[in-house]
Write a protein that binds this ligand. Sequence first.
Ligand code: NAD
Ligand code: UDX
Length: 468
Amino acid sequence: MKYNIKNICCIGAGYVGGPTMSVFAKHCPDIQFNVVDINTERINKWNSQNLKELPIYEPGLDTLIKKCRGKNLHFSTQVEAKIADADMIFISVNTPTKVSGFGAGKASDLKWIDKSSRQISKYGKSGAIVVEKSTLPVKTAQTIEEILNSNNNNKVFKILSNPEFLAEGSAINNLEFPDRVLIGGDDNEAINALIEIYSNWIEIDKILTTDLWSSELSKLISNAFLAQRISSINSISALCEKTGANIKEVSLAVGSDKRIGEYFLEAGPGFGGSCFKKDISNLVYISNYYGLKETASYWQKVIDINNWQSNRISQIIVNTLFGTVSGKRICILGFAFKSNTNDIRESPAISICRDLLEEGALLQIYDPRVEKQKINQELSKFKNHKDKSNGDKYWIILNSIKEATQNCDAIIVITEWNEFKDIVWSEIAPSMRHPSWVFDTRSIIDVKKAKKHGVNVWSVGNGSTNNK
Ligand code: NAD
Ligand code: UDX
């Protein structure tokens, strides 16, 4: 059967579904794209006339939405109807780590995949191509296939795996110019239909085709390898601090070897985001399931080092501030898990703030893009720390670096937003309490300038600065 794809439905209007379909819509003006979600609030934001209200912040996304929305790109909650119209259906729903039951804390929770598959089975047209866009444990396509074909309605669906490699903050660029597009499947005509769509803007030699299982597994392994580099460099950042070496110089020297490569060697407060921890946990779970204990414990260590790094930084902060932060005002610069996104999932800011709150600190938080309500919601989970009788708030969220640094004892730089690189110390330092400290978990601030204005500096992996 030769496919003629004219109508595409994407289930899930999140960080992947929204940007991905926007780029598809730009390059495929003859296809109608319907992005559907059960979350009405999210869909309303996608449809907002004020482009500043889009539910996710991603550079370049607003321009694409302006260009395509209402023409060949539509956002709605009409999940069943849009599935019914589609020739191709992308499943782009969330697959977080299970919080209870078998495999809790390790395995992926596939309930949203299960539900979408049942909806497709019931409402989808026979012959439609179903594409796994979500990141899934290897062999999930088999589960989806069983669900799709379990209805006694004689419908037939073809399944492809097409994992997404975009990184938040650079999603549009990654989608426009991917290193590769991966398509797994066993039906050549369905594979060719998807290749045809991508080839509207991507050179054919960048489109790799594999079997389903290799495609599913490659996605998990790509994330595991990336995260492993971060844990490697973070483990060495601690050694630099002890020995007087500088992690930036070590990263440069090591990464200049083409066999190692320069990317993903930046030390920091530990990786965050919705993918790395979840996907490695899943890899550990699968390895254990197949009895591969050594494989499982090797990858588990990547997560352990990540937790150790953020915990280590919290301890350094408290120890440096004379062993107590109780009642001290600590400014938190950045709450997003990385710059250029409003996403806070698994952000290292969460665990560092939790540690400081537990030690009795008062936090003054500023992030240029994260909505205040999201930060409040996250920190409210830690209400159990010591009772505070004077009625002051434990944390306050402010609108600028200037406001957030007022009267603080220390600044913690957690996200590498550009505006934090350019802090004007002559304006900030005089309003801080003395002795003043900045803890730079990203190694981005100008150490000399801060010190010149009387601010002590601790910078991750920077042995020479920290030892002076
Ligand atoms: P997300 O939570 O931002 O979005 C998922 C959306 O799916 C939610 O809005 C949810 O309401 C919706 N949904 C769930 N079940 C539904 C149903 N039955 N019908 C309609 N809508 C439904 O998640 P995300 O960050 O976009 O990630 C989606 C998948 O892509 C995950 O598997 C993730 O691992 C993978 N991934 C994410 C990234 C990333 O950078 N965020 C990158 C690559 C791959
Ligand atoms: C990641 C993968 O990069 C992407 O391919 C996949 O599709 C989804 O997961 P994302 O989590 O959005 O993307 O961002 P990424 O740029 O990978 O950063 C993840 C975390 O690692 C962030 O907290 C970031 O600050 C941190 N990081 C990254 C470092 O600490 N050092 C580095 O050198 C790179």
